[in-house]
Design a protein around this ligand. Structure first.
Ligand code: NDP
Length: 330
């Protein structure tokens, strides 16, 4: 079996030299472990943070060891009475084609007819729940709100905008990095969308939301956050989900220059980590399944083939090569 190890810590954008693809012996499961043949693995922006040697809400990846991350696959050997050979499972040992998953480290999932298993890494998994919790619980979305989401054509952002529409937003605006992403957003029901490369975000947002916004779902930080603070109406709320524009920064990025507007406008800016909200999965999955069945939510993914291309998929995620969820097929 093969695994991808982190061998040096990236400075700025990760490069091929930071990783190594290594052949290792196939282990035998014991004591509640299962051996899983991975079918898909996820690449996610938070993994960039785990490549740095800094204290955070998850410990850094260790140098010389295989990286981790969401994966779905099939049990091929089991020393666990609760999981049988042939069961499909979701677990956190991606970045390898076969994983030795510890007791309680894998959750059984159902195959859904006509739906790729990789959906459990995207719209039916962590990114989908991130969208749901961030919009409804953190930003306290209410029907009639006007919502702006950045990173709108990505795994989280595309779901945010569509949940907002499905729950009765008055207007949903998205920003993304290419014309084709913008066209896709309009096609799936965003009222307005713009390419943030085409001029200052503040001006583009003002055109798209002349009456302002009530909620900003922040995936990007930086200039987007500054523009949103200007556009927010009194009592506006911001779900601080991520700040991908700064993940590869080598110097501290400047803060928004208009944060003091939060006082007079009585704004709320609130960060969160989705894993603190896993109990909401039981509410999310039935509601999302209904929206999918009714065609109210559409999803896309960009699939990269082969473990040997996983680090390129990760770089591609950081440079906007994906529309919808970026996954690697193993
Ligand atoms: P995406 O599918 O959105 O992929 C990342 C996207 O970020 C790229 O496709 C690219 O799209 C965009 N991007 C890259 N660089 C920049 C930049 N400088 N400025 C603006 N956009 C940029 O990833 P996810 O949906 O998985 O994650 C979205 C955000 O949510 C991230 O910030 C992530 O860290 C965060 N997150 C937070 C969680 C939490 O618990 N708080 C959980 C999961 C995700 P484009 O072409 O539009 O530039």
């Amino acid at each position: 079996m093969r695994e991808v190890r982190l061998v040096s810590r990236p400075v700025g954008m990760p490069t091929a030299e930071n990783f190594e693809l290594v052949e290792v012996d196939l282990p035998e499961p014991t004591d509640g472990q299962v051996l899983v043949r991975n079918h898909f693995m996820s690449v996610d922006p938070y993994m960039r943070g785990r490549m740095n040697d800094v204290k955070s809400y998850v410990p850094p990846f260790e140098l010389g060891k295989a990286m981790e991350g969401g994966a779905v696959g099939e049990v091929v050997a089991s020393a666990n009475p609760a999981l049988a050979v042939g069961d499909l499972v979701l677990h956190n040992l991606g970045w390898r084609d076969v994983a030795l998953v510890p007791d309680k480290g894998a959750r059984r999932i159902e195959a859904i007819e006509g739906v790729s298993l990789s959906a459990y890494l995207g719209v039916l998994g962590m990114p989908g729940l991130t969208a749901y919790v961030g919009l409804l619980d953190i930003a306290e979305f209410k029907p009639g709100d006007a919502v702006f989401v950045s990173g709108a054509a990505g795994a989280v952002g595309s779901v945010v905008g569509q949940i907002a529409k499905a729950r009765g937003a008055s207007r949903v605006i998205g920003s993304a990095g290419t014309a084709s992403k913008v066209a896709w957003l309009r096609g799936i029901g965003f009222d307005a969308a713009f390419d943030y490369h085409e001029g200052p975000v503040r001006a583009r947002l003002k055109e798209a939301a002349p009456d302002g916004i009530d909620v900003y779902f922040d995936n990007v930080g930086g200039e987007h956050l500054e523009a949103a603070i200007s556009a927010l109406r009194p009592y506006g709320r911001v779900a601080m989900c991520g700040a991908i524009s700064a993940y590869n920064a080598t110097d501290a990025p400047p803060g928004p220059n208009n944060l003091s507007l939060a006082v007079g406008k009585r704004l709320t800016l609130r960060g969160y980590i989705v894993s603190d909200h896993n109990r909401r999965m039981k509410d999310y999955l039935p509601e999302m399944s209904t929206w999918l069945a009714e065609g109210k939510v559409q999803w896309q993914e960009t699939v990269v083939d082969g473990l040997e291309n996983a680090t390129e998929a990760f770089q591609g995620l950081l440079t906007g090569q994906n529309t919808g969820k970026m996954v690697v097929k193993l």
